[in-house]
Each structure stands twice: as structure tokens, then as C-alpha cells.
Design a protein around this ligand. Structure first.
Ligand SMILES: CC(C)(COP(=O)(O)OP(=O)(O)OC[C@H]1O[C@@H](n2cnc3c(N)ncnc32)[C@H](O)[C@@H]1OP(=O)(O)O)[C@@H](O)C(=O)NCCC(=O)NCCS
Length: 147
């Protein structure tokens, strides 16, 4: 059985699980915007995200089971990345695998903004080649240059 992680573009059928992950307590704590997201706003956002060439949204799957998501928002010549691992799939190195997979298919400058108390995500980012550039208001700003 194939066990490696794969990324596929998100679609509207992913709306429920993406919303559940987004409203999960740990995800909200790690987000820059910590408010719960309402269903209607989420659907509107997802519809826009999957049809906008300035955004990329992927679902990570292992054995066809969704284990997380990774999102990239265009920022000038760079992409700002953010990622979430499904609550039941945390603690297994999934974020590391998702980032590796994304980076293999994207040879551009990547940015990430991670709260100072989110040690797990900082480890994941550094292992993926991100370098700390700045800290402002409790947020670390990371950058990974193209290879
Ligand atoms: C943070 C998150 C992405 C981590 O993903 P994950 O794949 O479950 O990460 P892991 O639990 O495998 O941890 C990655 C590393 O951090 C370490 N780690 C985890 N929690 C830690 C903590 N509180 N303190 C120190 N190290 C920690 C792990 O031990 C692991 O290191 P190791 O490989 O040397 O053992 C995931 O928990 C998540 O989605 N959280 C909610 C949303 C979020 O934080 N998104 C990121 C926003 S920038």
C-alpha cells in the first residue's frame, strides 16, 4: 500500500473538513486571526481561493485520507505559506512532509509568519530551509529563498 504523502488542489468538497480544521482551537490559537470562521464566510473564501491564480490551496493526503492543508498567497514575487495538520494527524511529522512536497513543486521565494509560541511550526519551517528574518509583535517572519 502506498503510504507517502501527496498534495492535491483543494476543491469545494473539502469545505467541511477545511472549516473544521480552521476552527479547531489549536489552529485558531496559531492563526494571526483567531476568531471562529462562520460557514457562509468560509464557503465564500474557499470558492474565491480555488479560482484565484494568486492563491494556491492544497490538501495533503496519505492513503487517500486528508491529513492537512497548505496554502500559499501571492505577495509580490513571493508566496506566503501557511499550513494546518488535521487534529487527529498531529504529532507524526505531517507538516514537515507537506512542506517538503510543496517546495519540490515550487522553486520561488517563500515566506511564513509564525507566532513566537508555536515551537512545532518554527521547527518545521527551519527544517524546510526557512530562515528567520524578523520578529514583530510576537510573530516571527521567515523566508526561504528559491534553490
Ligand atoms: C503546528 C503543526 C503544524 C505541527 O505539525 P505536526 O506535523 O503535527 O508537527 P509535529 O508534532 O510532528 O512536530 C514537529 C516537531 O516539533 C516538535 N514539537 C511539537 N510540539 C512542540 C513543543 N510544544 N515544543 C517543542 N517542540 C515541539 C516535535 O517534537 C517535532 O520535532 P521532532 O521531529 O524533532 O520530534 C500542527 O500541530 C498544527 O497544524 N497545529 C495547528 C495549526 C498551526 O499551528 N499551523 C501553523 C501556523 S504557522
Amino acid at each position: 500500500m502506498k503510504t507517502e504523502l501527496q498534495l492535491r488542489p483543494a476543491n469545494m468538497n473539502d469545505a467541511d473538513c477545511l472549516l473544521a480544521w480552521r476552527n479547531d482551537r489549536a489552529t485558531r490559537e496559531a492563526s494571526l486571526c483567531t476568531a471562529r470562521v462562520e460557514v457562509a464566510d468560509h464557503i465564500k473564501w474557499l470558492r474565491s481561493a480555488i479560482s484565484n491564480d494568486q492563491q494556491r490551496l492544497y490538501i495533503a493526503e496519505v492513503n487517500h485520507r486528508a491529513v492537512g492543508s497548505i496554502r500559499a498567497d501571492r505577495e509580490g514575487e513571493c508566496w506566503i505559506l501557511s499550513w494546518t495538520v488535521a487534529p487527529r494527524s498531529r504529532g507524526k511529522g505531517i507538516a514537515q512532509q507537506m512542506l517538503k512536497c510543496f517546495i519540490e513543486g515550487c522553486n520561488e521565494t517563500l515566506l511564513a509568519q509564525i507566532k513566537v509560541n508555536n515551537i512545532a511550526s518554527q521547527k518545521v519551517a527551519v527544517r524546510a530551509g526557512f530562515v528567520l528574518q524578523d520578529v514583530q509583535d510576537g510573530i516571527f517572519f521567515y523566508q526561504r529563498n528559491a534553490d
